[in-house]
Design a protein around this ligand. Structure first.
Ligand code: NAI
Ligand code: MG
Length: 493
C-alpha cells in the first residue's frame, strides 16, 4: 500500500485542499512509488499559520527552560528512532544507510545543543547615563516563523531550524521539500511525541511555488528561514524585503579544496573523494573544485581517479553500496546537463562522465563519480553549483594563485587546504572568502555547537547552528527603569 503524507495543522494530520498530489519516488529504483504527498494551497497554509498564531501566546509564556526540555526530548526520540528514520531517508532521498544514520545522529546533536540554549537566552545589563536607572536588554520571540527546507538533509535541516525557533518561543510552520514528505512527517512526529503542544509546530507538504510562496507572503508570518537553491533564496529575500520581514538564507556552494606542493597528497585525495562523492555530491558543503599545485597535480589526479574507481553506486539499503543516486529526475537531468557542458568547454574526463547502468542501476538515477582535469576558472563548470558527484581539478602555481582561483566564484560556504606550512595556513585563513574553513580535513561536516553558514552570495542573515542560531529567532527589547520614578536621575532630552 502506498502511503499518504499529510499536513500537520493544529495537532491533526489532515489532507491539503489541492487536487494534485506529489509522487514520492525511490530514486534508486524509480519504478517504486513510495507514496504521495498531499497538495497544499493557500487556504491550507493559512490554516497552519492561524494555528501557529493562536498557539503563540501560551508558548511564548512557557518558561524557556521548559521549552528546552521538550525540544531535548525530541532529540532523544531521534536517536531511539534512528533505524526507522534512516531507512525512510534512504528510500526517499537515496543517500546510503550509513549517511542517513549519520544525518539522524547529527540532527539529534543539533537539537540537544540548541535545547541547552534555552537556559542561556540571556540579555545584558548595561550602565545608564542617568542615575537611579536600571537599563537592560531582553530577548523575545518573533511570533510565527516560516521554515522552508530542501530534500538533501530532510531530517537535519528542519531539526536545526525547528529547535532554535521553538526554544526561543516562536511557533512554527514548516514547509518541507516535495521529494521527502515522509521524513518531514517523522521529524515533526518526534517533536510532537516529545510534548510540543498543539498548534506550536505545523507542517505543510506541497509545492514550493504554491505552498512555499503562500507561507512567505502570509501577513502573520514574521520571518522566513530558508535553505535551498540560490535562485529561490534570492527571490524569497527580495519578497521579504518588500514585505519588511527578516529572511535567513543558506544557499549554494562551489567549495574548493586547495592542495599545496608540501601538503599530504594521499590525505588530500581521501578528503577530496569524501567531499566530492559522499552523499552523491548533494551537500551544500560538497567539494566541487580541487585547486592543486602543478608540482603535485599528476600525483593527485592519478590517486583520485583510483579512488573514484572504488566507489560503488547503488541502492543505499544495500550495505555494499558506497554512493546513492541523484534525488530525482530533475536533479539527475541537471547533473547530466553539466556532464555535457564540461567536455564542450574543453575539460578532459579522467573518470566517470556518464550514467551508471550496470545491473539494476539502470532503474535508478545513478551517475558515475566524475573527475575532470584541464579546468579553467572561467568555465561554467568551475563557477556554477552542480550538486552531483562531479569534481573539477584546476592546476595552479603556489598559494597566491590558489587563493585567487578559490575566491573567484560568487559563493563562499566552505573550503579546505592541505599544507604543512603554518605560514601558508594563516595566509589562507586571512584571505579565503568562505564562512567555514578546514585545515587538513575535508570541506564537509560541521559540529552542532559551531556556527554554520557562508559568505558572499551563499548566506543571508545570522549563522545557523551553534550559539548564533538563536540570533535569527529572537529580537531585542531594550528596557529603561527609573527606579525612583521621579526623573531625579535626569532625563536625556
Ligand atoms: P529549491 O530551492 O527549489 O527548493 C528548496 C525548498 O524551497 C523546497 O521546499 C521548495 O518547495 C521550496 N520552494 C521552491 N520554490 C519556492 C518559492 N517560489 N517560494 C517558496 N518556496 C519555494 O531547490 P531544488 O529545486 O530542490 O534544487 C535546485 C538546486 O538548488 C540544486 O541543484 C542545488 O544546486 C541547490 N540546492 C542547495 C541546497 C543547499 O543545501 N544549500 C539544498 C537543495 C538544493
Ligand atoms: Mg526548485
Amino acid at each position: 500500500m502506498a502511503e499518504q503524507f499529510l499536513n500537520f495543522i493544529d495537532g491533526e494530520w489532515i489532507a491539503g485542499s489541492g487536487s494534485n498530489p506529489i509522487a514520492d519516488i525511490n530514486p534508486a529504483d524509480t519504478r517504486e512509488v513510495i507514496g504521495h504527498a498531499t497538495d497544499s494551497l493557500e487556504a491550507d497554509v493559512d490554516a497552519a499559520v492561524q494555528a501557529a498564531h493562536g498557539a503563540f501566546a501560551s508558548w511564548r509564556s512557557t518558561p524557556a527552560p521548559v521549552r528546552g526540555q521538550i525540544v531535548a526530548a525530541a532529540g532523544r526520540l531521534f536517536l531511539e528512532r534512528v533505524d526507522q528514520i534512516a531507512e525512510v531517508l534512504t528510500r526517499e532521498e537515496g543517500k546510503i544507510l550509513a549517511e542517513a544514520k549519520g544525518e539522524v545522529r547529527k540532527g539529534s546533536n543539533l537539537v540537544e545543543f540548541l535545547a541547552g540554549e534555552s537556559r542561556r537566552l540571556n540579555g545584558e545589563t548595561i550602565p545608564s547615563e542617568m542615575s537611579k536607572t536600571f537599563a537592560y536588554t531582553l530577548r523575545v520571540p518573533l511570533g510565527v516563523v516560516g521554515l522552508i527546507t530542501p530534500w538533501n538533509f530532510p531530517m537535519a535541516i528542519p531539526a536545526w531550524k525547528i529547535a532554535p525557533a521553538l526554544v526561543c518561543g516562536n511557533t512554527v510552520v514548516l514547509k518541507g521539500a516535495e521529494q521527502t514528505p515522509w521524513v518531514s512527517q517523522l521529524v515533526v512526529q518526534a517533536f510532537v511525541d516529545a510534548g510540543v503542544p498543539k498548534g506550536v509546530l505545523n507542517l505543510i507538504q506541497g509545492r514550493g511555488e504554491t505552498a512555499g510562496a503562500a507561507l512567505v507572503e502570509h501577513p502573520l508570518v514574521e520571518a522566513i528561514s530558508f535553505t535551498g537553491s540560490t535562485e529561490i533564496g534570492h527571490h524569497i529575500y527580495a519578497r521579504g524585503a518588500a514585505l519588511g520581514k527578516p529572511v535567513q538564507c543558506e544557499l549554494g556552494g562551489k567549495n574548493p579544496i586547495i592542495v599545496l606542493a608540501d601538503g599530504d597528497v594521499d590525505m588530500a585525495v581521501a578528503a577530496t573523494a569524501k567531499g566530492a562523492f559522499g552523499s552523491t555530491g548533494q551537500r551544500c558543503t560538497a567539494t566541487s573544485r580541487a585547486i592543486v599545485d602543478a608540482r603535485v597535480h599528476d600525483q593527485f589526479v592519478d590517486a583520485l581517479v583510483r579512488e573514484a574507481g572504488l566507489v560503488v553506486p547503488g541502492n543505499g539499503l544495500n550495505p555494499a553500496t558506497t554512493m546513492g543516486p541523484s534525488v530525482d529526475q530533475d536533479q539527475f537531468d541537471k547533473v547530466h546537463e553539466y556532464l555535457a557542458i564540461g567536455p564542450g568547454e574543453g575539460v578532459e574526463t579522467r573518470a566517470g562522465g556518464g550514467r551508471a547502468t550496470q545491473g539494476d542501476l539502470e532503474f535508478g538515477l545513478f551517475t558515475q563519480p566524475t573527475v575532470w582535469t584541464g579546468v579553467d576558472r572561467s568555465m561554467r563548470i568551475a563557477r556554477e553549483e552542480i550538486f552531483g558527484p562531479v569534481l573539477s581539478v584546476l592546476s595552479v602555481d603556489g598559494i597566491e594563485e590558489a587563493l585567487s582561483v578559490a575566491n573567484d566564484v560568487e559563493y563562499g560556504l566552505t573550503s579546505s587546504i592541505y599544507t604543512r606550512d603554518v605560514n601558508k595556513v594563516f595566509e589562507y585563513i586571512d584571505h579565503i572568502e568562505t564562512g567555514m574553513l578546514h585545515v587538513n580535513s575535508p570541506t564537509i561536516g560541521g559540529e552542532a555547537q559551531l556556527p554554520f553558514g557562508g559568505m558572499k552570495r551563499t548566506g543571508v542573515g545570522p549563522r545557523e547552528q551553534g550559539p548564533t542560531a538563536i540570533e535569527f529567532f529572537t529580537e531585542w527589547k531594550t528596557v529603561y527603569i527609573d527606579y525612583t520614578g521621579s526623573m531625579r536621575g535626569g532625563n536625556l532630552y
